[in-house]
Design a protein around this ligand. Structure first.
Ligand SMILES: [Fe+2]
Ligand SMILES: [Fe+2]
Length: 219
């Protein structure tokens, strides 16, 4: 996915980073609306293109990180956090077999932690002068207890992969505070991954459980 984000400063609400040109309030409103719509387009793209195959597209470790690719990546991370909140809210209520009762309680804790992650990412986007996206990545649901946990586990695998890329990008751009925030988040994501894997009786490291679990649905 090509970066479609406009120059980051356009979104800024912080004094000192607003472009110096003079414009009427109406023009400014129009500019903001235009740019927000472009951000919405990015959220749509994040919804469609968040498979592991696309992980880090345009931001692979072979390509030098840019501020724009960092912002775009963070927008996609935020869309994934929204998705995680929704899935954990639903699954924490729908998991109902005795075998998974203790993990169902944990899923509620995860939902709160994903909200905390979303707030932290949105804060970083605001700091970088970008307007945070408002649409989640594609939400998956199921009625089957085990499948619900596999959906969450694979989402955590995907999220961790993307955050590893984002940490490398942040460090290469000298955004050390952001890298530190992302380190805190990824630590919790790994805890989620471990808890879900333990409930399913599989190893947390996704590279060692290829082919396990229900077949992934496309779309
Ligand atoms: Fe998260
Ligand atoms: Fe998580």
């Amino acid at each position: 996915m090509q970066a479609s984000a406009p120059p980051a400063r356009i979104f800024t609400r912080r004094a000192g980073r607003i472009p110096a040109q003079k414009s009427s309030p109406r023009q400014r409103r129009r500019g903001i609306t235009h740019n927000v719509n472009r951000e919405i387009g990015m959220a749509e793209a994040a919804k469609k293109g968040s498979s592991s195959r696309d992980a880090g597209k345009g931001q692979s470790s072979n390509q030098p990180a840019t501020r724009e690719s960092l912002i775009q990546g963070l927008q996609e991370d935020l869309a994934r956090e929204y998705k995680a909140i929704i899935q954990y809210i639903i699954f924490s209520q729908k998991v109902d077999t005795a075998r998974f009762m203790s993990i169902a309680q944990e899923l509620q804790v995860h939902a709160h932690q994903e909200l905390d992650h979303a707030l932290k990412i949105a804060r970083q986007l605001d700091y970088l002068g970008a307007y945070p996206v408002h649409e989640p990545a594609r939400v998956q649901v199921s009625d089957d207890n085990e499948e619900m946990l596999w959906i969450d586990l694979r989402a955590e695998d995907d999220t961790i992969r993307h955050y590893r890329t984002r940490i490398r990008q942040a460090e290469s751009l000298g955004e050390y505070a952001l890298a530190e925030t992302l380190q805190e988040i990824i630590k919790q994501e790994q805890d989620h991954q471990i808890e879900l894997a333990a409930a399913l009786g599989v190893v947390p490291d996704d590279s060692q459980r290829q082919g396990q679990g229900p077949k992934q649905k496309k779309g």
